[in-house]
Structures are given as C-alpha cells and as structure tokens.
Design a protein around this ligand. Sequence first.
Ligand SMILES: [Zn+2]
Length: 373
Amino acid sequence: MAGICCSVVGDSEPASARVDSVTRTSLKPSLKRRLDLLPSIKIVAKSAVAPPKRQKREKTSPGSTVTNSNSAESRYFSSDDAPKIGTTSVCGRRRDMEDAVSLHPSLLLHKKSENLHFYGVFDGHGCSHVAEKCRERLHEIVKQEAMTNGDDWKETMVKSFKKMDSEVSRRDSNGANRSSSCRCELQSPQCDAVGSTAVVSVITPEKIVVSNCGDSRAVLCRNGVAIPLSSDHKPDRPDELNRIQEAGGRVIYWDGARVLGVLAMSRAIGDNYLKPYVIPDPEVTVTDRTDDDECLILASDGLWDVVTNETACGVARMCLKGAAAAAEGGGDCDTAHNACSDAALLLTKLALARQSSDNVSVVVVDLRKRSNY
Ligand SMILES: [Zn+2]
C-alpha cells in the first residue's frame, strides 16, 4: 500500500511488470462481452492481469485449500455449507507485492454446530512480511481465541489482533520473523518500520463479524445498498486525530495526512516505531445476517481509492445476478463460485482501469441464504 511516503513507486512502472496473482482469469462469455463494452478496462486489464494458467479449476476435497507456490495465486474451495467465495490479488503498478489474502472456510465448528468461516485482507507497508505473517497466523489465533471467548466477538478479535501484533513485533537477531522474500534488511531501522492493515471477517450462520485495523475495508451489499462494515483508520479522522494528539503524537500533512509525517493510517499491525500513536486495536462490528444480504466485499485501498462502495456493490451484484440468471437456464453448481470470482476479477480490473497505483486485493463472499444453486 501507499502507506509509507518513502516507498511510492513511480507511475512509469509498467502495469505488466509484476502481476503476482489472479484467482481466475477465464471469464464467462457474457461477462467478457460486458467487459468488452468498456474499452479502457479491456486494455489495462490485458496488460495488468496474467493470462489464464489453467482453464479447469482444480478439484479438491471439501474444506481443503489449494495454493500455488509459484505465485501469490490462491484458489480455495469450501465445504458445501460454506459461503461461495472469489478472490483476486494483483501487484498492479507497484514494484512490490505487499498485499496478502487469507481464506479459511469452515475454520471452526463453534458451539458444536455453528460452522465459522474466516476471510481476511492484509495490506502491508515497508515490506511484505507483516502481511504475510497475518496471512499465515491470524486465523489460527482467532480460532484459539474464539474457543476461549465464545460469542464475545469483540473480546476475541481485540485479543487476536494484539497477539498478532506481538508476534510480528517479536524480533530476533536472525531475522527469523521475516519471510524469504523480505526486503526489509534494505531499510532502517529494519523491521520496526514494517506493518500491515488487517480487515478480517468471521461469518457465522447468523452474524457477520468484521474486525478492522487500517485502511482496508469491508462493505456489505444488502438488497442493492452498500453498507460499510468498517471505518478506515485515517490519521485525520477526527477521533483518531484526537487520540494521536492525546498520546503526544502529531499528524503532519505530507502527501496527505500522516502520523509523524510518515504513515498514512492511524492503526496497523506492526509499526513498532510509531507506537503508541499507531495502535493494533481493531474496531469490531457484529451485524445480523438477513435474507436481503447479497455479498460481502473485503478489499485493500488499491480498490477503495478509485472505486466507491456503491460502485463496488453494483458490480458484485451484477455478477451474482448474472450467474443466477445463468443457473435458471441450466448452469451447474459451480456457478456461484464463478460469480464471486468474476466479481473479484471485474472489480480488480476496474481499479486498474481507473489507474489505481497500488496493489489490489479483493475478496467477494456470497451471503445469499437462499441460493438458486
Ligand atoms: Zn521483511
């Protein structure tokens, strides 16, 4: 993300220079036709998104996870009662990929009957290793805390984020906390200047729990209306500005509002050097699911900087509705998965077409209770 002012890459970087991942690049003909109606999207997307590697989706056992070790590409297939999902995560115009996505359908059988699903988007800054650590560990920590705290989701998420922050802040002389792709040794003062946003959703049969730290965002699409389930932690948000100033910090305008003139968000996992002004405490929302719920969109600011909540909701809705119409005409049971993947891919292409200069990561979760599939 463009969180740290010294790490911005010039616009001259070709979009095709680094594409780290695409979930699914083969679009249905109907969606392709719609994309073709938008020439600018077509042109940018062609250069910015890798060509299809496989036309057929991999088959796995229920609840299992498939990852492609050659890139950040991930394809996940959930058990039958888990929501259908789609995700896309691309480097875009940035030099480095610092976003990470975590998808864990059927993470935990809660209260012996409730199947809980976990989805997260992490947007790193300074280096990718904090976002990567969140991808590797946060769901496990949340699982552990959920077993301890029961239905107290605020307690569960606040404790989980604090633990996650402790884990990434723990340094050792061997740099064991870093990943193999680390570039933070090039920076000073090393790992202290590395962090990540985290927007995480736990879906239960009755609730949508969203926990957020930073400027990634979760938006619920309910009966065509975009409802934000998180609030961005920007340093100039009045309550955040007060909190920072009361802690003795300053917000300086340097290419936008930044904590101490450096970080363009007021909460994050990591960023030890900016504590206590930048904190890892999440804001948690718990929303009752309704029959009007259509989908949940989690995304990094690479999307939200250039696409409004309403537009994102409209695009995702169009994909889901298109798939529903196709299903009525005899589509197969993969249609809903495909619709979510189409939605994630189309939103990513839209962000790139609108000149998003950041990594773009999108997760779309189908929340319709009465599916046509
Ligand atoms: Zn690193």
